[in-house]
Ligand binder design. Sequence first.
Ligand code: MLT
Length: 406
Amino acid sequence: MIINTHFGEIPQSYLFSEVAERVRRYEAQHPDAAVLRLGIGDVTRPLAPAIIDALHAAVDEQATASSFQGYGPEAGYAFLREAIAAGEYGSIGVDVSADEVFIGDGSKSDSANVQELFSLSAKVAVTDPVYPVYVDSNAMAGRLGTFDGERWTGLTYLPCDDGNGYRPALPAAPVELIYLCSPNNPTGTTMSRTELETWVAYARETGAVILFDVAYRAFITGDEVPRSIYEIPGADEVAIELGSFSKTAGFTGLRCSWTVVPKKLRRDGASLNAMWLRRQSTKFNGTPYIVQRAAEAVYSAAGSAQVQADVDYYLANARLIRSTLEAAGLNAVGGEHSPYVWFRCPGGMDSWAFFDALLERAQIVGTPGVGFGPTGAGHFRLSAFNTAEATQEAAERLARLIPTLV
Ligand code: MLT
């Protein structure tokens, strides 16, 4: 056998590819349908003017030998590592140094690749439902046992639903790697300071490492919800944090992200910061210079105000989606500090049946909750990243459709 047989064990297609395929088929059969996309979390606002200006300037630099850039530093340019250390961490009173910040080409890649730092025998826990990349990347590595059609035999699932208020319990049996995401994809719920303290204490006690995904942190409003796990004392000895410009600043196409690997994070005598640098310098040649200059512009006075206006725009969409679902009698969460709204399907429908009803009867695309894990069965996710006009139209269609299904 010369192939990695673990690929044969994972579900045949990636969740969002399966959704896209079903929508393609529907649109081919109904070429006149005005389909509204509230499925994958892909942004619709154009890049902010300050980002466009930075891109233009960086492109022009490439026309002159004295400012042309070839290979960049694998961990990212110092100007962006410093801007993130100050703009994302210094600004909230958290001490992260530039050499703990690694620039990547998107949180999807970094969250899929980070598992390479750990032993194949490391026990993994995920909240359920969960961003499928955490699970599939560990499955491809062969860390999760076998898939029984619903669950991986070697994966610890931490269920989150209205039964436990979307608060994952600590694992019953020991685990070594824990993926947490707040604001959460897909549920849109957030973890409180007290909850994070519990997780950090657990990891400190057991030696587990927390992989904390903050791709949606720009959507947090107010001061209650932590924006970084490093707000919790001692987290820098137990956690890696993954951040992204995709949803914050519309970089889903440009591609730029960061991963913080603290110098204090050591296991089995090894520095994870040194291991990640070694991994990145071997397998990655860096995010393009022009993209890193564009990301830097997010921290300028003009850039941060423009980017915040876009986040507020999506949050208004999210509130409309949630209030529409609630007015139709559904129990929805998320949409407050998050672009995602999560709810039980009306009338006890299963996730894919509701997906089909929504597409066929209201021409709306959403994401079936079961695609995010077994506890997502019977649930559904809608995203707020479409335009205000499309979201308004979707709200009206939802308000008409849902009462016919309950
Ligand atoms: C999602 O819809 O869950 C995200 O857009 C997927 C991603 O960020 O890769």
